[in-house]
Design a protein around this ligand. Sequence first.
Ligand code: 3H9
Length: 701
Amino acid sequence: MSQVVSYELHGNIGVISVNNPPVNALAQVVREGILNAVKQAQGDASEAIVLRCEGRTFIAGADITEFGKPPMAPALPDVLTEIENSSKPVIAAIHGTALGGGFEVSLACHYRCAVASAKVGLPEVNLGLLPGAGGTQRVPRVAGVKAALDMITSGRPIAAGKAKDMGLIDEVVAGDDLQAAAIAYANELVKAGAPLKRIRDITIDPASIEPGFFETARKNLAKRARGQIAPDRIVSCIEAAVKLPMDEGLQRERELFSELVKSPESAAMRHIFFAERQAAKIKDLPKDTPLRAINKVAIIGGGTMGGGIAMCFANVDIPVVMVEINDEALERGLGIVRKNYSITVKKGKMSEAQMESRLELISGTTDYADIADVDLVIEAVFENLDLKKEIFTKLDATCKQGAILATNTSYQDVDAIANATSRPQDVLGLHFFSPANVMKLLEVVRGAKTADDVLATSMAIGKKIGKICALSRVCYGFIGNRMLTGYGREAQMLLLDGCTPTQVDSTLEGFGMAMGPLAMGDLAGLDVGYKARQARTDLPDDPKLFRMGTVLVEMDRLGQKTGAGYYKYDPETRARLADPEVEALIKEEAAKLGIEQREISEEEILQRCFYPLINEGALILEEGIAQRPSDIDVVYVYGYAFPAAKGGPMFYADQIGLKNVYDKICEFRDRYGEDYWQPAPLLKELAEKGSSFAEWAAEQG
Ligand code: 3H9
C-alpha cells in the first residue's frame, strides 16, 4: 500500500486516511492507495469503512498537474466502482473542501458526513472541464436536475448545512474531532443495519423535467460562455443522467470529459489556475518573511473607490475608518457603502443583519489623529500627485511606526509618493480595480524602497480579502494600464480606418472579452481617458491619435453618464445602441485627416487590438516590471476581463506563435509607422529563436 494512504481498524470500523498535502489531490498514489485499502477492508473484521483525510482538507479534486500527461492506472472511475461495490458501507468524513474528484469520491460512498464548516462543490467548469468521475450523473439523482445544473455550471461550492438540505450530505457532525464523530456515525449505521445506499440506484423520471428545459439552459449559458465550451457539455451530461441508464450516462460523461481535457480552452484555464497561485509568490522574498499584523485599516477618500475598498475589509471582519475632508463628503462616502450593501441585500445574497454588522465595522472621521493607531492606510483620492504627496506627508506625521502606507493610484509615481515620507520602506501601491468590492485583481506595486515584510503582508492581506494579487514594479500605469494604452489606441484608429464602434466591440466580445474597449470607454466615462492623456507628455503629437475619443468628449458625449458616447444609450434600459450620428462623424473625421476608409477583417481587428498588449507585455518583462509572463495573464484575466478560456495575452501569444506575432507587428510597423508599432526586443529574440514566453519564463526560474 502506498504511504500517502493508510488503513487501520478502529474496533469494528476500518479507517482509510489520505495524507497527500497540501490539498490531498487524487494523484496516482492516492487513487491506488484508496483502491487497495477498500479491497483490504472487504476481507477483514471491519463492519463499515470510514474514508477521511489528514491535513487542512478532504480531497480537493483530481491532481490537475496530471492532465495532459499519459493516464496512469488506476483511473478514478475504477476506484469509485470499487467503493460503490463494497460489501460494507463506506462513509466519507468531510472537512475543508471536498471538491471535484474529491466530492465525486464521496458521492460514490454509501454515506457522507461532514463538519459544519466543510464545503462541497464541483468547480471543474473553472478549469474548462466537467466532473469526470460521475458527478454529473450522481448529483442530479440526489439533488434534482435544476440544482445540479446550477451547482456544476457555476462551480460554486456549497456549505455543509445547505448540502445536507439538498441531500448531498447525510449528516453534519458536531465537535472538532471528525474522525471520532465519523466512527460513531458509522457504528450507528451498523447498529441500525443501514442499507448500502448507492446513488446509482436512483432513477430520474424524465417526465419531471419540463419540456425545453435543456434547450433553455444551453441558450442561457451560451450568452455568458465567453469562449467556454464546458458549460454546454455539462448540460449534455445532465441530460444523459435523465435519459440514459447510469452506466451509459457515465460513458457519455467520460467521452465529453476526454474531449474537454484535450481542448485549448481547458489548457488555457488550467494555465490561469496555476498562474494565479504563482503570481502571489514574490521571487526574491524568503518564504519565512515575517508578516505585520493588520487589525485595523484606514481609507483616505470616500469616493466610489474608497467605499469599495472599505467594504473589502469589512467583509472579512477588519474594522475600517474612512477619512474625508468634511462631514458632507464623509456622509456621502458612507452612504455609497450602505447603498452598495443594500443592493446585495435586495438580491438576496446578504441578510439585513449581516449588512448592519458590516456597516458597524466602517466608521468615519475628518481628523487624521483618529487613524494614528491603524495598521494599514490606503489612500484613494483622485489622481493628483501633489495632493497624494501632501496626504502621505500627513500620514507620516500621524500614523504609528510600522503602519503600512499604501496608495491606490492607477498611474502616479509610487516612489515620488514614498519619498514624501520619512519611511519609504513602509510605502507601496495597492491598486484596486473598480468596483473594488467586486473586481478580483489587486496589483501590488513595489516601490524602489518597499520593505520585504510590507510586500509579504500586502500579498497575505490581499488573499484574505479575496483578491488575486500580482506584483508590479513602478512605471506609468503599472502592468495593466500601461498595456492598455496601445489596445485603446488601436480600437480608435480602427474607427478612422473604416470600422464602426459596433464592429470593433463585437469582434472583441466574440473573442470573449466581457466588453469591447469602446463600450468600456463609455462605461468608465470618455473624459477619464481624455484627462489622463492630457497629463501625458510621452505620446506622439499626431492628430489621428485618440481622435474619436477627443472629438466625442469635446461634444460633451462622455459615455453612459451623459447618455451618449461611442453609442447612444436607451434611457430606460441603458441598452447600448449603434448611433448613426457617430458613424457619420467618424467618416467626416477620417476624411479631414485624409484617411481612405476600407473594409477591415475581424482578424485584423483582433491583431491590431491584442498585439500591442503582447508587445508591451514583452517590454514589461524585459524591464522587470512584471515577474513572469503568467503574472501579466493574471492581471488581464482578473482586472480587464480577458477571457480565461484564452489564458491571458501572453499565453494567447504563445498559442499563436511568437514568430507570427512578431512578423505581423513588423508588417504593421511598415504600414502604420514606427511611432506605434515597434517590436519589443524580447519578442524579436524569442521569435527568432522559435521560443515562447513560457519557455523564457522557465529559463528565468
Ligand atoms: C477534477 O477533480 C476532475 C474530476 O472531476 C475528474 C477526474 C477524472 N491539483 O489554492 P491554494 C495546489 S478537476 C494539483 O493556494 P487554498 C495549488 O496549486 C479538479 N494541485 O490553497 C497550490 O500549490 P502551490 C477540481 C493543486 O487553501 C497548493 O495546492 N478541483 C490542486 O487557498 C495550495 O493551493 C479543483 O478545481 C489540485 N486539484 O485553497 C480545486 N488544488 O502551493 C482546486 C490545489 O505550489 N483547488 N493545488 O502554489 C482549489 O480550489 C484550492 O486549491 C482549495 C485550497 C480551495 C482546495
